[in-house]
Structure formats: structure tokens, C-alpha cells
Design a protein around this ligand. Structure first.
Ligand SMILES: *[C@@H]1O[C@H](CO)[C@@H](O)[C@H](O)[C@H]1NC(C)=O
Ligand SMILES: *[C@@H]1O[C@H](CO)[C@@H](O)[C@H](O)[C@H]1NC(C)=O
Length: 188
């Protein structure tokens, strides 16, 4: 009898837990973001409703999840400086999660006539912000490649390094002469 009660309790707990929705998914590589190694460390998933914003730092394997999500409609989006990711409207009803693709500013689908996509959600990058990249990585290479830079490097070499080199060569000569003279002294 006690065992039966315990089992029944477990069953009720299970039902209760399974009634609470978990919104989850994974960021996957594509042509825009070619590898999960390129996933910026500061990438956050945000589940936004009128009442609150929930924040989840996306794991290194691209996974994210929000547990105990209540009934309602949400906007799911991803925040990082380097990429734009796809955005979703999420409708939660009991334990079920219905995600829909959306774009910034678009109203959520008022009718559920639109077909929802599969859950867990697969998220892809849609755009990379190149302008953030160029000033840092590009300019140094471009600078080094430019003829002006090469010329000035060459002149730096001429002005500073060559005299030192010849000086060095001269001192080498001097010490060699000294050594030679010492050798000749010893032999005499
Ligand atoms: C939630 O699902 C039930 C069926 O399980 C349905 O009757 C109800 O209309 C749905 N609620 C919303 C807000 O879509
Ligand atoms: C959420 O929706 C489900 C299905 O329609 C319902 O059984 C449940 O009571 C609702 N939960 C809340 C907190 O409103």
C-alpha cells in the first residue's frame, strides 16, 4: 500500500514536471558562422515576454535551455556583437512549445494557422558584422602590405641597422687585427 502511494506520488510529480515547458535548442554552424569555435563567448539567449526577460549564456557546444517556462508568448533572440542570429516567436501551452521564425519588429502570428518549426529549436547565424572585424584584423596586414610602409621600413633599416652593422663589422675587424697582432707578438 505504501509502495503504491509512493509510486502514485512519483507519477503525480512526473506529470507536474512534464507540464512545465522547457524551451531549448542549439546553435549550429552554417555558411555565415562556419564552426562552433567561432561562436562568440559572450553569446546570450534571451527569452522575452511582456513581463520579464530571461537570460541564458549559450554553452560552448551551442546549446541553450530555459526551464519552467509558463504559458504565454515569447520572443527568443540571441545577443552578441559579432553575429545576427535567427529570431523566434515561442508559444508555450502547458508542456508544449511552438516556435516560429520571425524578424525584428514583426508581430507574432495571431493565428496558429502558420506552421511552427520543430522543437528543440535549431538556430543559425544570418549575418556577420564585418565592419567590426576589419579595423582590428585587417588594417595591420593592409598597413604592412602597403608600399609606403615597405619603403619606410626599408629606410628605417638603412638609417638604423646598416650603420650598426658596419660598425659591428669594423669592430670585428679591429678585434681580429688585435688578435692577429697578439699572435704575431707571441710568435716573435
Ligand atoms: C492549449 O492547448 C489546448 C489543448 O491541449 C487548447 O485547447 C488551448 O486552446 C491551447 N491554448 C492556447 C492559448 O493556445
Ligand atoms: C497552461 O496551459 C495548460 C494547457 O492549456 C493548462 O493545463 C495549464 O493549467 C496552464 N498553466 C497556467 C499556469 O496557466
Amino acid at each position: 500500500m505504501r509502495l503504491f502511494l509512493a509510486l502514485a506520488l512519483c507519477f503525480v510529480c512526473f506529470i507536474q514536471l512534464s507540464m512545465q515547458a522547457e524551451v531549448q535548442g542549439k546553435i549550429v554552424p552554417n555558411l555565415v558562422m562556419r564552426s562552433l569555435n567561432d561562436l562568440p563567448y559572450d553569446t546570450h539567449a534571451k527569452l522575452i515576454s511582456k513581463e520579464l526577460i530571461r537570460d541564458y549564456p549559450v554553452q560552448r557546444n551551442g546549446q541553450f535551455s530555459f526551464t519552467n517556462v509558463e504559458n504565454g508568448t515569447y520572443l527568443l533572440r540571441f545577443e552578441t556583437i559579432e553575429y545576427d542570429f535567427a529570431q523566434f516567436h515561442i508559444i508555450v501551452n502547458g508542456s508544449r512549445v511552438y516556435p516560429y521564425y520571425t524578424t525584428t519588429g514583426e508581430e507574432r502570428p495571431s493565428t496558429s494557422a502558420m506552421k511552427s518549426i520543430s522543437h528543440p529549436i535549431t538556430v543559425r547565424a544570418v549575418q556577420k558584422h564585418e565592419y567590426l572585424q576589419e579595423p582590428r584584423k585587417f588594417s595591420l596586414i593592409r598597413l604592412l602590405k602597403s608600399p609606403m610602409m615597405l619603403l619606410s621600413l626599408a629606410s628605417v633599416v638603412m638609417v638604423f641597422v646598416l650603420p650598426k652593422l658596419s660598425e659591428h663589422a669594423r669592430s670585428m675587424e679591429v678585434t681580429q687585427q688585435q688578435q692577429e697582432s697578439e699572435v704575431t707578438k707571441k710568435t716573435t
